[in-house]
Write a protein that binds this ligand. Structure first.
Ligand SMILES: CC(C)(COP(=O)(O)OP(=O)(O)OC[C@H]1O[C@@H](n2cnc3c(N)ncnc32)[C@H](O)[C@@H]1OP(=O)(O)O)[C@@H](O)C(=O)NCCC(=O)NCCS
Length: 174
């Protein structure tokens, strides 16, 4: 489902679309979000999509990938929709692209009949927490240690542990 939004970047008005990521865009996306995720990381996400553990979306501006988000939720709307791996290229931040990606996931959760969208965010990630809060997410439960694999382009991988919090936004069923 394309999600066209007009974004004003500098003086030029451009068109932002949120849509499924294509395999041939992995390298361009890795370049756009190089501070956040390596190509190896994105390749692993693609494998996870193939095995059904996530759906990968991309924010494109005039055909160029500039950000991404992943979601997981059962099609029958049971349980919560999980939003994760939200990243916007450093050069493209503070223009509403993160908001558009999150809004897209919320709309999809509503369409599929989920009661809520759920996410985990690093406790000290003030910017992301403020953004989620502005969009209606509220913290639930205590801090916990989130553990995940970081895949590096030299073929190695590291375990990352982050003190995180959970946030939930209720979604009105239609
Ligand atoms: C968190 C992240 C995805 C946000 O992406 P983004 O595209 O900058 O998000 P937005 O532009 O929609 O919102 C960011 C701020 O810009 C503001 N903004 C949105 N459109 C704007 C515009 N046209 N002009 C000026 N400011 C604008 C928003 O109000 C928001 O401010 P707020 O947080 O005080 O409410 C991005 O900073 C990022 O990739 N960070 C690193 C990875 C990360 O931390 N991911 C989250 C993991 S849980």
């Amino acid at each position: 489902m394309p999600y066209p939004v007009n974004v004003t970047a500098g003086v030029a008005s451009r068109t932002l679309t949120v849509r499924p990521l294509r395999l041939d865009e992995l390298a361009a996306l890795a370049e756009a979000i190089e501070d956040e995720a390596s190509l190896a990381q994105l390749e692993n996400r693609w494998r996870e999509q193939e095995t059904g553990y996530r759906t990968l979306l991309v924010a494109d501006i005039d055909g160029r990938p500039v950000g991404t988000v992943s979601l997981y939720g059962r099609k029958d709307g049971r349980h919560l929709m999980h939003l994760f791996a939200l990243e916007v290229g450093a050069a493209w931040r503070n223009q509403g692209i993160g908001t558009a990606l999150i809004d897209h996931v919320i709309e999809r959760a509503r369409r599929d009949g989920h009661s809520a969208v759920y996410l985990e965010v690093r406790g000290d990630n003030r910017g992301a927490r403020r953004l989620y809060h502005r969009l209606g997410f509220r913290r639930v439960g205590p801090e916990f240690t989130n553990t995940w694999w970081r895949f590096n382009d030299d073929g190695t991988r590291d375990v990352v542990e982050e003190v995180s919090v959970r946030m939930v936004k209720r979604v009105k069923r239609q």
